[in-house]
Design a binder for this molecule. Structure first.
Ligand code: HEM
Ligand code: HEM
Length: 337
């Protein structure tokens, strides 16, 4: 019995480690936009997630044992809710990875995935608080390290099996980008989904409303057609598209900036992102995609194109570009709007 209990403790500690690391790498997957770093993050994240499935036989034993032992267990509700949300989270993650970007009624698999992942956090905290598992010196023993390596290998093998089946069956997910996003509407901007960060609305602007750049009023026509670049818009909603964007590079509109300055790009909706001054040469104030003027949903009259950064940096409906002294990293890592 004592050794069974110990085995249970190790399984629980392993579950805690996998869940915490899956949450951390999931958030990181949204932050990293450049390949191959994004691929490393997405594969690690996926392996941690399916690694939870590897532990199901051991955890089932713990749950059954707990059920036999007491009828009124502390934290039972949290444990059950944690189970339901974890299963939904892993299932929706796999659905996205296999079926690609799709709407199921009003939501995508990735929205359910991130929603359930965030929702499980309080239940995880409550469950662990009800059943604390103290670390022990023996946790650093060779045997435990070998078991950890075994779990890591099994998780990667399970991840590899999912990917293998997906490419054998030719599922849409097999063609996803290193970030995990599926291709939708490359070269055909009107096919790109219209997606906003959390609560940012599509404003009703009507035509060329003008914008302020570094204290000067600029109209869309002045930005039209100066520069062109091909870049991938990779949305954290789970899709990506490569387009030829045209407009004017930001460094043409700003004077020589001090190296420690930052650039605030603000939307008419109040949505904003801050960039280091060194990015000015790579950022484009775009008026067109694929040769056609931007549509309202995609940021007309002017949106930012930020190559190598995830979609939430590509501010739409730009109203103002401002040079500020504050460091660019002094902002919420993800938009709050
Ligand atoms: C307990 C928390 C989490 C678990 C257990 C989990 C698990 C998984 C699993 C099993 C997959 C499918 C992997 C594959 O086969 O490719 C996946 C994919 C994904 N997850 Fe999570 N996840 C969690 C949290 C998060 C969070 C918080 C985010 C973002 C904020 C996130 C973003 C993603 C993304 C973008 C993918 C797609 C990656 C790809 O297709 O390769 N996950 N997750
Ligand atoms: C995917 C994550 C997890 C799920 C779905 C889950 C679910 C459950 C369920 C349903 C039970 C039986 C009912 C109860 O006593 O609450 C249980 C028992 C238990 N859980 Fe978890 N759990 C998870 C992770 C963890 C973690 C991270 C820890 C601690 C670090 C932990 C510690 C325990 C302990 C010690 C018991 C046994 C209680 C007893 O024998 O009376 N669990 N778990």
């Amino acid at each position: 019995m004592r050794s069974a209990r110990r085995a249970g403790r190790r399984t629980n500690v392993a579950l805690l480690s996998l869940l915490s690391l899956a949450l951390a790498t999931g958030v990181l997957a949204f932050a990293v936009g450049t390949l191959p770093a994004a691929t490393v993050v997405a594969v690690t994240h996926g392996a941690l997630g399916v690694g939870l499935l590897v532990l199901i036989p051991w955890k089932s034993f713990i749950v059954r044992r707990a059920q036999r032992r007491r009828t009124n267990r502390p934290g039972r509700v949290a444990g059950t809710a944690l189970g339901v949300l974890t299963v939904a989270c892993v299932a929706s993650g796999l659905l996205h990875a296999l079926a690609g970007y799709r709407l199921y009624g009003p939501v995508t698999a990735l929205q359910v995935h991130v929603g359930t992942a965030l929702a499980l956090i309080p239940f995880l905290v409550a469950h662990v608080a009800a059943h604390p598992q103290r670390p022990r010196r023996a946790d650093l023993s060779r045997r435990v390290l070998l078991r950890t390596a075994g779990l890591g290998t099994a998780s990667l093998a399970a991840y590899g099996a999912v990917e293998g089946v997906s490419s054998l069956l030719g599922l849409p997910g097999a063609r996803r980008r290193g970030t995990g996003s599926a291709e939708v509407g490359s070269g055909t901007p009107e096919l790109m989904p219209v997606t906003q960060w959390v609560s940012d609305p599509v404003p009703d602007l009507g035509g060329d409303h003008g914008l302020r750049i570094h204290g000067r009023n600029v109209r869309r026509a002045e930005l039209d057609g100066t520069d062109e670049l091909t870049a991938v818009l990779d949305c954290t909603g789970g899709w990506y598209a490569e387009q030829v964007w045209s407009g004017t590079r930001l460094n043409r509109l700003l004077d020589e900036l001090p190296a420690d300055a930052s650039i605030d790009v603000v939307s008419v909706t109040g949505y904003r992102r801050r960039f280091p001054a060194s990015d000015a040469a790579h950022l484009l104030l775009a008026t067109r995609a694929g040769g056609a003027l931007l549509s309202a949903g995609h940021g007309a009259p002017v949106r930012l194109v930020a190559p190598g950064r995830r979609g939430f940096w590509w501010v739409k409906w730009v109203a103002e570009v401002r040079v500020v002294d504050a460091p660019w990293w002094l902002q919420s890592p993800f938009p709050l709007q």
